[in-house]
Design a binder for this molecule. Structure first.
Ligand code: PHE
Length: 454
């Protein structure tokens, strides 16, 4: 009975757009383009595609299998497969990672909202020094960034409390196509700028001399982060998939959408930056310092064009952040709702308030509390390190070993082939090989390397 009552996505499109909404986020826009441009252009892009195909997609399918089989939150889904063994702990770790990351992801998402507002008010116009100081002053302020963090978490709450179909699915069906269209408009505008070809060349020109071991590791880490792997999100969303959902096709489609958005972001950033002779950076400084400058100067030949491009860009950035934040929020909401047996609204409220607390701490650690350090890092950086560099690889690695070596093959095969109806046996063997050998070894390697042990 309880099984029948469980929420689910209403359509195939809903599955793809909601999960792609989780995947498409700040990582696509502020990290991928820069990494590609700096690390060999087309060669990096090809390496990245291989990472997505050979590692990202198999890992995503593994989480799909656990989530759909479990029909429950991430912790319970792992528990259902693991029984009383220690493997069930991975699920809890996934939930914890999802929760920790949502606090600081909310802070950065809040910054995006501030920039929507600031660009609308025409506040992002001025010389580079002004834009730099605008960001520094804002991000270190005690109240303003917290205000926006609370607003974006409130928006997330209002979506999540409406449930899977009326909340997450509906919002994703609205926001993802809008995001894509806005992105296309800005790409066209950016690629028509003078000297845009230099930017396109920077992004795509193959440069083999830049390729070394670290580039491979960078591409691998980026593909995991970008596809939202090992945070509980994919597993939680998969618990809302139907028995007919083709897991392999869905993972491939989501991987492709995620990749295309990242490439398109590159086709905005580099042409615009090169047209005004600015060298692009990565991370917060790219989006919040370089780009406002660039938009303003690049599009100043038509009155108001720079203004509109800037507003549209921050709107799309905020939507990308919000759909990712929704998936992070849902991990903890589903967990609380099912483990504490409370209503969805109550669970969502507890998660929202907890995320707000984490968000406030993260935000203050950039300014007023920047002297308080743990293990030599401010809290914001500590969260980033613990979730991205420790928990993500650990959960990813253990999930592969668990699915590849411990879960009965019949369960995995049934889920992969939709109980024999898909006739993708050959693909199944390829998937199993990747999950048993290739993925764990690669993740282990990246993990040890990150910790400086290799
Ligand atoms: N995939 C998101 C991005 O590219 C980040 C994210 C990671 C979101 C994990 C949810 C879970 O920005």
């Amino acid at each position: 009975m309880a099984r029948l009552e469980r929420a689910s996505f209403g359509s195939k499109l809903g599955v793809i757009l909601a999960t792609a909404g989780s995947a498409v986020g700040l990582g696509n826009i502020w990290r991928f383009p820069y990494m590609a441009g700096q690390n060999g252009g087309a060669v990096f892009i090809i390496i990245y595609i291989f990472c997505v195909l050979l590692l990202g997609i198999p890992c995503m399918i593994s989480e799909f299998i656990i989530g759909r089989h479990g029909q429950a939150n991430t912790a319970r889904a792992y528990r259902k497969m693991a029984g009383k063994s220690m493997w069930s702990l991975i699920g809890y770790m996934g939930v914890l990672t999802g929760f920790l990351i949502s606090g600081y992801y909310a802070v950065v998402s809040g910054w995006c909202l501030e920039y929507v507002w600031a660009s609308m008010m025409g506040k992002l116009q001025g010389d580079p020094a002004y834009i730099t100081s605008y960001f520094a002053t804002f991000s270190q302020a005690p109240v303003r960034p917290i205000f926006w963090t609370l607003i974006i978490l409130l928006a997330t709450y209002l979506i999540i409390e409406n449930g899977v179909r009326d909340g997450i699915e509906r919002a994703s069906k609205l926001m993802m196509p809008t995001l894509f269209i806005l992105l296309l408009i800005i790409v066209v505008a950016a690629c028509m700028l003078p000297n845009a070809d230099k930017g396109i060349e920077f992004l795509f020109k193959p440069d083999f001399s830049k390729i070394n071991g670290d580039v491979f590791l960078g591409a691998l880490g980026q593909s995991f982060y970008s596809m939202s792997i090992a945070m509980g999100c994919i597993c939680t969303y998969a618990s809302y998939f139907s028995k007919q959902t083709n897991l392999t096709n869905s993972a491939v489609q989501i991987g492709v959408i995620d990749f295309i958005v990242a490439l398109l972001a590159g086709l905005v950033i580099f042409p615009a930056a090169f047209s005004v002779g600015v060298s692009p950076d990565s991370g917060p400084s790219l989006i919040f310092i370089t780009l406002p400058n660039v938009f303003h100067r690049a599009f100043d030949f038509i009155p108001l064009l720079g203004y509109f491009v800037s507003v549209l860009f921050y709107v799309l950035l905020s939507m990308a952040a919000l759909t990712s934040l929704m998936s992070l929020h849902e991990v903890s909401t589903a967990f609380l709702q099912e483990e504490m047996v409370i209503t969805r609204k109550k669970a969502a409220l507890i998660v929202t308030i907890s995320c707000m607390l984490v968000g406030v701490i993260c935000s203050l650690s950039l300014g007023a509390w920047s002297d308080h350090k743990l293990f030599g890092m401010i809290i914001f950086d500590l969260f980033d390190f613990v979730t991205g560099q420790l928990f993500l690889p650990i959960v990813g690695f253990l999930t592969c070993i668990f699915i590849g070596w411990f879960v009965p093959h019949k369960i995995v095969r049934d889920e992969f082939t939709n109980w024999g109806t898909l006739r993708n046996e050959r693909l199944y063997h390829g998937y199993m090989f990747l999950v048993r050998y290739v993925c764990p070894l690669c993740i282990l390697f990246i993990f040890l390397r990150q910790l400086g042990l290799l």
